[in-house]
Design a protein around this ligand. Structure first.
Ligand SMILES: [Fe+2]
Length: 303
């Protein structure tokens, strides 16, 4: 299997490469993945993809995979959003700074991407190994959002980095991963333990109720100008109602009113009201109603 295919087909390929996720945190105590600074280079709306660096991006190719787990260190969290962003080979963030190299395809989201964990809580991506800047160890920035809305901002560092001293190691436990070298590529596993409430709540019924909750992902792009895509997921069939409202609660238009099957769905809103007339620029709410659940997300229309 080509390495690119391995990443595209997800994490299943890791076993084929003889590369199994580390059995992290087997001990009784189960440390949560600690947070770390967001830094100045975060952006919204990273594209959904597992290949963050195009083929011409200078640097050593690196393949990272991992599992997002609940706070028992076992239960995988499906449908978590994993955002990753990082510097180029020269330690330069190509979409914020003037960089001497990198981003040869003028990608506005170069070295950035968003992945959704699969039913085993797994994610994976391919990119290049970031360079140093400002005396910091090499690192990937992460922002993880669970379907319940729990957010963790953190970073992933690498064992043996010359910029990591014992104090840094002490302060960043659980964030420094080993890398395996194979051919000219690097491979690493970064598992993430979230302080997820889901497994802490009472009865099986309550858990089932929570699991039944649909997932409404942030619209993309947002803000938008001509059209924005809205993705959502349901774990059972049922009647789905999705509408757009202005922030005063006035109904603008309906995007969906129908019985749907379990799984991932998507639709677009082109910024028109129910009469097909373009609405004015501003903030709107997408409101999803499914069974007993109502979920809303803000969306911003620019003109
Ligand atoms: Fe950074």
């Amino acid at each position: 299997m080509k390495r690119r295919d391995f990443i595209k087909t997800g994490i299943v390929g890791t076993a084929a490469l003889g590369f199994t996720p580390t059995a992290l945190l087997k001990s009784q105590d189960c440390p949560l993945t600690q947070n770390d600074i967001l830094g100045p280079y975060w952006t919204e709306n990273h594209p959904n993809r597992t290949l963050l660096a195009n083929a011409d991006e200078p640097g050593t190719r690196i393949f990272i995979s991992g599992t997002v787990k609940a706070n028992d260190c076992e239960t995988p969290i499906e449908n978590a959003i994993v955002d990753v962003w990082h510097a180029n080979d020269n330690g330069c963030y190509t979409i914020f700074m003037e960089c001497d190299s990198g981003n040869s395809d003028d990608d506005p989201y170069n070295l950035r991407g968003q992945m959704i964990t699969n039913e085993n809580g797994e994610y994976a991506f391919e990119t290049i190994w970031p360079g140093y800047y400002a005396g910091r160890p090499k690192h990937f920035h992460y922002k993880i959002t669970t379907p319940n809305g729990l957010e963790l901002v953190t970073q992933c560092y690498f064992e043996g980095d010359a910029q990591i001293d014992s104090q840094w190691e002490e302060d960043h436990q659980g964030l420094i991963i080993p890398l395996d070298e194979s051919g000219s590529n690097l491979y690493g596993v970064f598992d993430i333990v979230m302080d997820e409430e889901l497994i802490q709540v009472g009865t099986q019924n309550e858990k089932a109720h929570l699991l039944e909750k649909p997932i409404l992902y942030p619209a993309y792009p947002n803000p938008f100008n001509s059209s924005t895509q809205i993705k959502f997921n349901v774990s059972r069939q049922g009647h789905m109602s999705i509408g757009v409202y202005d922030i005063s609660g006035k109904w603008i238009t309906s995007l969906m009113e129908k019985h749907i099957s379990p799984g991932a769905h998507k639709l677009n809103w082109n910024g028109n009201d129910m009469l097909g007339k373009p609405v004015s620029a501003g903030l709107y709410l997408v409101i999803l109603k499914f069974g007993a659940h109502t979920i809303s997300k803000k969306i911003s229309l620019l003109k």
